[in-house]
Design a protein around this ligand. Structure first.
Ligand SMILES: [Zn+2]
Length: 468
C-alpha cells in the first residue's frame, strides 16, 4: 500500500516537471546565453571587464585551466550577471546614472584623458550606465574626490562667493575643475564643488541631487529600481523601453522610486531612459541617459504540444485580460522587503526560458515560475496585498491576482481551490489557495507570475532582493 502511495507521488512529481503551456509572444529570438567570439588583441581580463564579470567566472564557465591562452575566434560562454553581479571593485568602476567621464576620473584621482586611454574611449559622450571602466591608474597629486555639488555659474557669481556658499576652499574648487585661475569662470558653466557632505558626484540638472539604479546593471526579464532624489518637491516622470515610468514618493517627499520591469524578450543592449522633472511652479526639465540592459542568462527549450494548445485567439484574449488586470497603478505600497515563496515546493521550470513550440522560432518565453507541489498543497501570498481577481479562466485555470501596490502584481494559475475573494486584503504568508491542475496544464503545479509596471518579470529575483 505504502509503495503505491510513493509510486503515485512519484508520478505526480514527474508530471509536475512537464512544462505548462502558458506562454507569451516576444519580438526576438535571441537573449540566450551570451557567447563572445574572441577578437584579435583581446585578453580574458578585457573580455571579463567588458561584460562586468571576472576572469575566474569565465574560466570556470568554460572549463578553462589556462586563462592566458585564448585563441582568436574562440567562443566563450559569458556567465550570467545574476551570478556575477556587476559591482564596482578595486580598479573597476560601473558607470551610474548621471555620471560623466570627468566625474569618474575625479572620484578615482585620475584624469579624463587617462581613463579614456585605459578604456579606449573615443567619444566620452557615449558612456552608458552599467559600463565597466578600468580606473586602476591614478595621477599623483590628485586625491580621489567622491562627493560634490554641481553649480551652474550665474552672471553675478565669483569663484570666492561660490566657494563660500558651499563652505568649500577656492583651491579645491580650482583643482576639481582643472582651472588655473579664479577668473576663468563664465555664466552657464557647470562647476564641481567638492564637499565631504555633498551628494555622490553626479552630473545632474538641478533640482536633482541623486539618481541611482538598483541592481546594476538592469537585466532582461528582471526588475530594477530607479531612485530620484531632489532638494525641492517635484513630480518625476519619464519613459524607458516605450513604457511610462511611474514614480512613488518616499515619506520624505523628496525621494521617488520607480520599479521597472524589463520585458523578457528585450534584446541585450543600450536603451535611452528619459526623465522629466516638473517643479512646483510647473517648470519641466528633461534629462536623458543611456542604460545598459544585460543578458538574463535564460535557457532555451523546444516543446511539442498538440495544436489546439496553441490557439492564438484564446491566447491573446487571455493575455489582454491579465494585462488589463495588472495595468492599474496603486500609489499605496503593501509589500515590504523581499517576497516569500508562494509554495513549499521545488521550482520545476524557471521564469524566462525561451520556448519553441512544434519547431517554431524561440520567440516565446515562460512567463512565470513553476512550483511542482502535490495537488491540494498550500499556496501562500508572498507579500501583503489586495486580491483583484479570483476565478476560472480558460488557460490559467482557477486564477488569482494580487495587487501589492506601486504597480506590482502577483498571479497564481492552475489552482485546485481558491481561498480568497476579489477586494480582500491578504497578508504575507497567508494561504490563498491550493495547487491544482486546472486550465491549460499538463500536471499539478503552481504557475506563479510577478508583474512589474505591466511587464512579467522573474519572480525569484523578488525573493532574493528587497525592493524598493
Ligand atoms: Zn508555468
Amino acid at each position: 500500500m505504502r509503495r503505491w502511495v510513493l509510486l503515485a507521488l512519484g508520478i505526480v512529481f514527474w508530471i509536475g516537471l512537464a512544462p505548462d503551456p502558458l506562454l507569451a509572444q516576444g519580438g526576438s529570438s535571441d537573449g540566450r546565453t551570451t557567447i563572445h567570439v574572441v577578437q584579435r588583441g583581446e585578453t580574458l581580463y578585457r573580455i571579463a571587464l567588458a561584460y562586468g564579470t571576472s576572469v575566474e567566472a569565465i574560466a570556470q564557465t568554460n572549463g578553462m585551466s589556462d586563462t592566458t591562452n585564448i585563441q582568436v575566434g574562440q567562443r566563450l560562454v559569458i556567465p550570467s550577471s545574476m551570478v556575477n553581479a556587476m559591482v564596482s571593485t578595486a580598479g573597476r568602476h560601473v558607470v551610474q546614472p548621471g555620471e560623466s567621464l570627468a566625474h569618474i576620473a575625479l572620484r578615482y584621482g585620475s584624469t579624463k584623458e587617462l581613463v579614456s586611454a585605459l578604456n579606449s574611449i573615443v567619444n566620452p559622450a557615449r558612456l552608458y550606465v552599467g559600463q565597466v571602466l578600468d580606473v586602476s591608474e591614478t595621477t599623483p597629486g590628485r586625491p580621489p574626490l567622491t562627493h560634490g555639488y554641481t553649480h551652474v555659474v550665474q552672471p553675478e557669481d565669483t569663484l570666492y562667493r561660490i566657494a563660500l556658499r558651499y563652505n568649500a576652499r577656492v583651491d579645491d574648487v580650482l583643482l576639481a575643475n582643472g582651472l588655473s585661475s579664479p577668473a576663468l569662470i563664465f555664466p552657464g558653466q557647470q562647476l564641481l564643488i567638492p564637499g565631504p557632505d555633498a551628494p555622490a558626484l553626479q552630473e545632474l540638472p538641478a533640482p536633482l541631487t541623486e539618481l541611482t539604479l538598483m541592481p546594476l546593471p538592469a537585466e532582461v526579464g528582471r526588475t530594477f529600481r530607479l531612485r530620484v532624489v531632489s532638494y525641492e518637491p517635484v513630480t518625476p516622470g519619464g519613459t524607458f523601453l516605450d513604457r511610462p515610468l511611474r514614480f512613488a514618493p518616499q515619506p520624505d517627499g523628496l525621494t521617488f522610486d520607480a520599479l521597472i520591469g524589463v520585458q523578457a524578450m528585450t534584446p541585450v543592449g543600450r536603451y535611452p531612459l528619459t526623465l522629466t522633472i516638473v517643479d512646483d511652479s510647473g517648470v519641466a526639465i528633461t534629462f536623458e541617459t543611456v542604460l545598459y540592459v544585460a543578458d538574463g542568462g535564460y535557457a532555451s527549450e523546444a516543446l511539442t504540444v498538440s495544436d489546439e494548445l496553441l490557439d492564438p485567439e484564446v491566447d491573446s484574449a487571455e493575455i489582454a485580460f491579465v494585462a488589463g488586470l495588472v495595468s492599474e497603478f496603486t500609489p499605496e505600497r503593501y509589500f515590504d522587503g523581499p517576497m516569500g515563496l508562494p509554495a513549499a515546493a521545488p521550482v520545476t521550470s524557471p521564469f524566462g526560458t525561451r520556448r519553441s513550440y512544434n519547431g517554431s522560432a524561440y520567440n516565446r518565453f515562460h512567463t512565470g515560475t513553476d512550483f511542482g507541489g502535490p495537488p491540494g498543497s498550500s499556496i501562500y501570498a508572498p507579500a501583503a496585498g489586495r486580491v483583484v481577481f479570483s476565478g476560472p479562466r480558460e488557460i490559467h485555470g482557477l486564477f488569482t491576482v494580487i495587487d501589492h501596490g506601486w504597480g506590482i502584481y502577483t498571479a497564481y494559475a492552475h489552482q485546485a481551490e481558491s481561498r480568497v475573494q476579489p477586494g480582500q486584503m491578504v497578508s504575507a504568508g497567508e494561504v490563498i489557495g491550493t495547487i491544482g491542475n486546472s486550465g491549460r496544464s499538463t500536471g499539478p503545479h503552481l504557475h506563479w507570475e510577478v508583474w512589474v509596471n505591466g511587464v512579467e518579470t522573474d519572480g525569484l529575483q523578488w525573493t532574493r532582493l528587497s525592493f524598493p
